[in-house]
Design a protein around this ligand. Structure first.
Ligand code: FAD
Ligand code: 2HG
Ligand code: ZN
Length: 501
């Protein structure tokens, strides 16, 4: 997934960009630490070179740390040994999956040791009756999709960087993607997890069965925790069967009111077979055309474009439903043009328009991403109003997202990082979201980027409970510090007086 930026951009150190964030009172890595840790993963430690440099920079090329050590364990036992040692020595660590985080969560802030799960990529078991898959955390999403395809099953989610992102990272971010409308969030499909806790102990919550009400649902705490509560080493997931009947509509829509009308109609008319409901604006389409060299598949331009997908069990029945749906939209004038596609290869190609939008935007410049949940009616108002606020500075502001969940990806694209514009955007945006009781992070997480903005979406009591949970799981604060929890808690979470522990 290495993608070049069109602008010349040297990622500054995150610590230099954020001088108010102080390094926690962790030990500094000594040569002895390096030797001991490297011996645990014999031949799989990096102390220099491109692999280490890449692991220090995020996908968006906005955040960069200075970790001197990357470890690549191959087993839960090795992860446990590493964390046990780091805990004793008070060394901070960052768990890393495919490093595709869009919130700066997967890279160090300072010199934290990077623990990459990429070599823990074994599929452990699959039950062809229940659909229960058990695998190691480093399996890429694509490898699991391929494996399941041969079994007649599929993954219950789909996101763009599937060849790179890992199931452990997907769980840790509680990633969303295109099929939440059909299969729910990661919480819906998770059966169990194995997690190595901060002190190196192993919490085995793996099961292949769906129901278990034995007290607190611990596994759910790790979904969306972004590596701040433990390192996920195994995942057990309930996978749905691959639908034998899949269809897609690609349509151009004249107004946002029509987009909403179509959404409501799709819920009634496509009902149980609806599997994706995606929307993007005309500027996004232009950037797809320009930066991915993919021409508009429709014969004319429209202010909005949509991909509506279905997955069912009866081709004739679904075909009829989709044809009737499309012709009614045409009759009602709710679309300007559009077509239905049912051939697997052609649909894969059309999905690439949607799945590679983030790549198209990144090729345009530095992307400041805002990943927000709003009431459906307000989905695009935020774009229009923000464009008004930024005028005449007017960097490129675009919107797209998973409309079914009210999840809009607002991107502000600039030739280079501009703190003044960033402050202007956020000064407008966050109170706007709060007023509507929306979320400032729908699916990408808080990472470094949004941790201080948590208060716009979570009550002070909610943030306080999170602090207590963090201290329970990780009293020394060695797991992915400076992420998720707000910076004003750093002094307690990362600089505690160890003699009191
Ligand atoms: P990383 O980026 O490596 O890590 C993400 C976070 O999880 C970090 O905080 C890290 O410390 C932690 N972590 C990673 N592995 C573990 C582990 N085993 N145990 C504990 N903590 C761990 N997200 C969506 O929700 N929907 C989308 O549609 C979507 N599309 C994307 C498209 C593109 C082009 C890109 C680049 C990203 C997209 N994302 C999307 C962001 C999304 O969060 C990630 O792509 C994915 O879930 C992260 O997986 P990863 O393996 O790369 O994790
Ligand atoms: C998507 O839906 C991802 O494609 C990326 O969540 C969102 O680029 C973004 O802002
Ligand atoms: Zn998304």
């Amino acid at each position: 997934m290495a993608e070049e930026l069109s602008t010349k951009w040297e990622t500054p150190l995150t610590s230099e960009q954020n001088p108010h964030i102080k390094r926690g009172r962790y030990s500094h890595l000594t040569q002895t630490d390096k030797d001991v840790l490297s011996r645990i993963v014999e031949g799989r430690a990096c102390t220099s070179g491109k692999e280490l440099a890449d692991a220090n920079i995020d996908w968006l090329r906005i955040y960069r740390g200075t970790s001197p050590l990357l470890l690549k364990p191959k087993s839960t036992w090795e992860v446990s040994k590493i964390l046990g040692y780091c805990h004793n020595r008070n060394l901070a660590v960052v768990p890393q999956g495919g490093n595709t985080s869009l919130a700066g969560g997967s890279v160090p802030m300072f010199d934290e040791v990077i623990i990459s799960l990429k070599l823990m990529d074994k599929i452990i078991s699959f039950n062809n009756l229940s659909g229960a898959l058990v695998c190691e955390a480093g399996c890429t999403l694509q490898s699991l999709m391929d494996f399941l395809d041969a079994e007649g099953y599929t993954m219950p989610y789909r996101i763009g960087p599937k060849d790179t992102c890992q199931i452990g990272g997907n769980m840790s971010t509680n990633c969303g993607g295109m099929h939440v409308v059909r299969y729910g969030s990661r919480h819906a499909a998770i059966l169990g997890l194995e997690v190595v806790l901060a002190d190196g102990s192993i919490l085995d919550l793996v099961t292949t069965m769906k129901k278990d009400n034995t007290g607190y649902h611990l596994k759910h705490l790790f979904l969306g925790a972004e590596g701040t509560l433990g390192i996920i080493t195994k995942v057990s997931l309930e996978c749905p069967v691959k639908s034998p009947s899949q269809h897609m509509l690609f349509i151009g829509v004249p107004s946002f009111q029509d987009v909403l009308k179509i959404f409501k109609k799709a819920k009634y008319d496509l009902g149980e077979i609806l599997s994706a409901f995606e929307v993007f604006d005309e500027t996004v389409m232009k950037l797809i055309n320009k930066n991915l060299k993919l021409p508009n598949p429709l014969s004319g331009e429209s202010p909005y474009y949509m991909i509506i997908a279905t997955a069912g069990s009866n081709r004739r029945h679904d075909d009829e439903k989709m044809n009737a749906f499309l012709s009614q939209l045409e009759k009602e004038g709710a679309i300007q043009n559009g077509f239905k596609e049912s051939r697997a290869e052609a649909m894969k190609h059309l999905w690439s328009y949607r799945e590679r939008i983030a790549v198209a935007l990144k090729r345009e410049g530095i992307c400041y991403k805002y990943d927000i949940t709003l009431p459906h009616e307000k989905f695009f108002d935020v774009i229009t109003e923000l464009r008004g606020v930024l005028h005449p500075n007017s960097p490129c502001v675009v919107g797209y997202g998973h409309l079914a969940e009210g999840d809009i990806h607002l991107n502000v694209i600039m030739p280079q990082l501009d703190k003044e514009i960033q402050e202007k955007v956020e000064g407008f945006l966050y109170p706007w979201i709060q007023n509507l009781r929306g979320s400032i992070s729908s699916e990408h997480g808080l990472g470094i980027q949004r941790r201080d903005e948590i208060v716009y979406s979570k009550s002070p009591k909610g943030v306080e409970v999170m602090r207590k949970v963090k201290l329970t799981f990780d009293p020394k604060g060695i797991l992915n510090p400076y992420k998720v929890l707000p910076s004003w808690m750093d002094s307690e979470l990362t600089q505690r007086n160890l003699s009191k522990l």
